[in-house]
Design a protein around this ligand. Sequence first.
Ligand code: C2E
Ligand code: CA
Ligand code: CA
Length: 558
Amino acid sequence: GVAGAAVAGALALFHAELVDVDVARADGSWWRYRGDAAGGLVDREVAEPGPAEPEEHELVRPLAVGDLPVGRLRVRFPRSAPPVGRDRDAVAAFGDALAAALHDAATHRELRQVTARSSYEAVHDPLTGLANRAALLSRGDQTLRQLAHDHPVALLLLDIDQFKEVNDTLGHVAGDQLLRLTANRLGALARPGDLLGRLGGDEFALLLTSVPVVGDRNAPMAYALRQAREIAERLAAPTEIAGVRMSVEVSVGVVVADAGAADLTELLRRADIAMYQAKEGGGNVAGYDSTRDAASTDQLALLAELREALEVDDQLVLALQPAVDLATGAPTGVEALIRWRHPRRGWLSPVEFIRPVENSEQLGTFTRYVLNKALAVAADWAREGLDVPISVNLSARSLLDPRLPGEIAEALRRHQVPAHRLVLEITETVVMSELEVIDEVLATLRSMGVQLAVDDFGTGFSSLTFLTRIAVDELKVDRSFVIRMADSPEAAAIVRTTVGLAHELGLRVVAEGVETAEQRLALAELGCTAAQGYHFFKPMPADKIGAVLGTLLDEARP
Ligand code: C2E
Ligand code: CA
Ligand code: CA
């Protein structure tokens, strides 16, 4: 625009025959705007600006702002009226003004681009191009306000199962690919009027505005659950990522509300609770259930209360569950399982508070607390001459703390428990990431003589790889295989293979969650040597364990 106007202006001002404005562009190319006395204007790319030296009846003026060249101006006067000194000054002044104008225009254009880009980035997730959390919240609330007060809406919160494992084992590029693929599939499934966004990490949210208004009170939830299941099913269509065939499994939390009765932040909070219920329940999809919301109340309050609980002695208590040798009945170990005797909420099981603890800065204190209690109990029964190891569950994140081995060594000394009587149960998931610290921590623990067990063996993404990386002493076959063993040949095969593998590597195998005599028998037939579960003992209070171990050892003696 500026160049075009300059050409027209110069033609008129100087009664010129021809005017060229050559503009230097940001990418190094040149663009020529040429006008002639007949009023024509053409513009095209040129290899370089016109010659610096003017023809006899021409004036040429370099266009620059300071040292910065922005172009070149050429004015061809008619042969009959060649330029004179006055014209020279006028073209120089015109050229300087033009240079400044061109520079301004370029700057504005860049500015416009930058603003456009940054406002795009402010509301979009750069990886998937979907709305980001902030945009989802603000547009979502706007959408809710535009709908009739009692119009039902549903929010689906989707979380990719095992995303972390994909990232850790196949790399971030593959992880990104998986996220983009999920975003694309979701985009194709959303309907006009729905709002789709990526909340961050592997979480996506979809606000459904087209929930039918007909039906009874439960109809919207039934509809939303159906939608959620269908979406989960479509997302699970097999795909190939980084050469690995996989299917994207998601857990979906679903919440419905009247448009006028909720804001998006609250809907997200509820959908989040439902999503965890979906994950814990083992199904893909769960609807928000307000009665369970009270139980999973505000995690912040819980953490504040935990801080108090860690300072007293009688709130966080250990339940102890022996594992027994399937042939002799002798105790092979005792697992310490934490319980919270909450002054107001009653007994809380670890699933109700471990997750927030793991994500808080209180994890270190909590881990030390549990170890301390467990070693105190083990020291008690050792004093009675019982040689049985104690197993303590370690949150995977504790292994990221290089101080852990030192703390454990100190606790073992304080309770005078030999290191080999302590078994640390770890799950393999986190062990695949942040390799160095974890390898170091585990190697130090092993060199101290502490035993390691792989918990929930077979449920992770990389159980076998794990074994090649870290030397362990024990594998715990996950309860899910024990349950399905009887009617699933696959589950039985996994148990049999795990037993064989452990045998070959010289490791102990403990089957978890054995509830029936049939399971016990089947395990023995598959070659499993030790088991733990309600069939033998439920977790019991610390003051009972000594006597039970004594009896078991006596009975097992030939
Ligand atoms: P886990 O390590 O797999 O522990 C076994 C869980 O199965 C325990 O649940 C136990 O009570 C339960 N169980 C044992 N036998 C049977 C059975 O025959 N049938 C059934 N249905 N369940 C059985 P619990 O105590 O609720 O613990 C749940 C999880 O919480 C544990 O799973 C463990 O991962 C975690 N946890 C427990 N104590 C601690 C702790 O001190 N620190 C950490 N970081 N995690 C802990
Ligand atoms: Ca365990
Ligand atoms: Ca387990």
